[in-house]
Design a protein around this ligand. Structure first.
Ligand code: SAH
Length: 210
């Protein structure tokens, strides 16, 4: 059995078009194996999505890198993440921007990630338990919004919480296949660019006390 190392993963991400050295450095600094169950930790540096608790997944490293690279082109100070999950994507962002706000709808995941991120000293991440479809208007505007679960439509609330020139990175489409879009705000115009075709778990409405 082959175990993949972080060095091999970084080389693979570079060869796949991740050119932002700050993003690659952040991925080098965050131990992905700490954000999953011990039983899966030996697979942490495979370039693949892996299961976490509550039937959710930690995204594929390439997709984390691609979304992060895209949002960083807005030169953001403040980024909103929808779907905290394990907290891995929030940890990567926290090394690159001043402030990360992250929302999770499943209580267990919210509590686990919040506690773990605080314990590890990621002190510029604010976690919230809530419905990410609504964004977090109290903290708006955001220079970047990164949605880590798929939506059938682009949520208007998220567009409205973008700062001028801000970017929303979101997988849009139905079950099993979505288009990963980079949406840039120019006044009341929202320009779309296709980044990739992806498969994310769906963004679910409301909150769950699981
Ligand atoms: N960014 C995560 C990956 C999360 S998978 C990581 O790095 O590990 C998608 C997450 O979105 C799941 O945790 C799921 O519970 C959450 N989610 C789904 N619908 C949501 C909603 N409406 N609001 C907030 N989070 C949501």
């Amino acid at each position: 059995m082959t175990y993949y190392s972080q060095t091999m993963l970084i080389a693979e991400l570079s060869s796949m078009g991740i050119t932002d050295s700050n993003v690659l450095n952040a991925i080098t600094q965050v131990p992905r194996d700490h954000f999953m169950s011990a039983a899966l930790a030996n697979r942490a540096y495979e370039n693949t999505a892996l299961p976490i608790a509550c039937e959710q997944t930690i995204s594929q490293p390439f997709i984390v890198a691609l979304m992060t690279q895209a949002v960083m082109t807005a030169k953001p100070n403040k980024v909103l993440e929808i779907g905290t999950g394990s907290g891995y994507q929030a940890a990567i962002l926290s090394l690159l921007v001043e402030q990360v706000v992250s929302i999770e709808r499943i209580k267990t995941l919210y509590e686990t990630a919040k506690e773990y991120l605080a314990k590890q000293g990621y002190d510029n991440i604010i976690c919230h338990y809530g419905d990410g479809f609504k964004g977090y208007p109290q903290g708006a505007p955001y220079d970047g919004i990164l949605v880590t679960a798929a939506s059938e439509k682009i949520p208007d609330a998220l567009c409205q919480q973008l700062a001028e020139g801000g970017k929303l990175i979101i997988p849009v489409g139905g079950y099993g296949s979505q288009r990963l879009l980079e949406i840039t705000r120019e006044g009341e115009n929202f320009h779309q660019k296709l980044l990739d075709h992806v498969i994310f778990v769906p963004l679910l409405p409301g909150t769950s006390t699981d």
